[in-house]
Ligand binder design. Structure first.
Ligand SMILES: NC(=O)c1ccc[n+]([C@@H]2O[C@H](COP(=O)([O-])OP(=O)(O)OC[C@H]3O[C@@H](n4cnc5c(N)ncnc54)[C@H](OP(=O)(O)O)[C@@H]3O)[C@@H](O)[C@H]2O)c1
Length: 313
């Protein structure tokens, strides 16, 4: 089968488009899918660089890619609840940048949802929901979301706004109209961020979701530190980052591990239904053929892609 393979850590040049890769065989309880669309994530190039081995250890030769949408193609022994031909979206165990992959957690793809829209949901939906749950943000509270126009951030904005939370979101100026459409109050990131957030939320913020990194944690602590009766330590419990590896240094939670599989599956199913019903949307940046995976990862690494990049085998 066709797949993208790499056998050492490095830049985009280590990605090789291979035609004769063995089709993976589903073991007992496993399902193989024919991949229709793959979502490109920043973690794909972070793994390729060898930067996230403590979370995702790599065995070479490696096939990148966590999320996909596709069709169930073969069932391993003892699989129930899925049939060959079912259209699904979800996570893969063997790498999604390929024609075929062994599925991890999957949910049914609603008929009205495009392959690309479906493939853009698993990582962003799970991550955004996991962080909002960790933060425990409730209706009536105010959340500052750093990197709000990114794929994860934008899903976080939509889920939080739908739950009755006021969201102040940071983004480049060119994304402010988009954030307003999603129901957030946009602010520019960079020098003076804390003042701009205070001006946008004069009664203060209750929690911070860092979906971009770039050294925002001191600002997050400053925004929350003085407010609560529990002082700075209690305030830090209401800050979660998914992108800043210095989190521990600041005593802040870095969330990087997939949650309970049943919760993840339920969330994925709900997000797919929401996307089909038009209540949850991920911006699609571009769709590229699988053989252009290196270019897709370079674009993602540039840090300002407007939406999800999709690869199609
Ligand atoms: N730990 C986990 O479980 C987990 C899961 C998924 C993703 N992540 C991480 O979360 C981050 C976002 O992922 P994504 O898929 O949403 O990526 P994305 O769609 O590429 O979004 C990246 C965001 O970063 C913002 N940004 C770029 N430079 C910035 C700067 N100097 N200061 C502040 N913001 C800046 C961009 O804002 P503008 O375009 O508006 O400039 C954009 O919104 C990545 O680091 C990814 O690895 C972690």
């Amino acid at each position: 089968m066709e797949a993208i393979v790499y056998e050492e850590f490095g830049g985009p040049e280590v990605l090789r488009h291979a035609a004769g890769v063995a089709v993976p065989e589903p073991g007992p309880g496993e399902v193989r899918v024919k991949v229709a669309a793959v979502g490109v994530n920043p973690v794909d190039w972070k793994r390729r660089h060898g930067w996230v081995e403590e979370f995702y250890s790599t065995t070479f030769p490696a096939v990148p890619g966590l999320e996909f949408a596709g069709t169930v193609d073969e069932l391993g022994e003892g699989v129930t609840g899925l049939a060959v031909g079912d259209e699904v979206l979800g996570w893969t165990k063997t790498g999604a940048y390929a024609e075929y992959a062994i599925a991890g957690i999957v949910a049914p793809k609603p008929a009205g949802l495009s392959w690309a829209a479906a493939a853009s949901l698993p990582v962003a939906g799970e991550t955004a929901q996991r962080v909002l749950d960790l933060l425990g943000v409730r209706a009536g509270e105010t959340l500052f979301l750093h990197g709000a126009a990114g794929v994860v951030g934008s899903v976080g904005v939509q889920l939080a706004v739908a739950a009755g939370v006021t969201v102040v979101g940071s983004a480049s100026e060119s994304n402010h109209a988009y954030l307003r459409e999603l129901g957030a109050i946009p602010v520019a990131y960079g020098e003076g961020l804390a003042e701009r957030v205070r001006a946008a939320a004069p009664d203060g913020v209750d929690a911070v979701f860092d979906a971009a990194g770039h050294g925002v944690l001191p600002v997050a602590i400053e925004l929350l530190g003085g407010g609560g009766s529990g002082g700075e330590e209690a305030a830090k419990e209401r800050i979660v980052t998914i992108a800043d590896v210095d989190a521990e240094k600041y005593g802040i939670v870095f969330s990087g591990v997939l949650g309970d599989p049943d919760v993840v599956r339920a969330g994925l199913t709900a997000h797919a239904r929401g996307a089909a019903a038009g209540t949850l949307a991920v911006r699609l940046a571009d769709t590229l053929p699988l053989k252009e995976a290196a270019r897709a990862q370079e674009l993602s690494e540039s840090g300002h892609v407007r939406g999800k990049l999709i690869l199609t085998p």
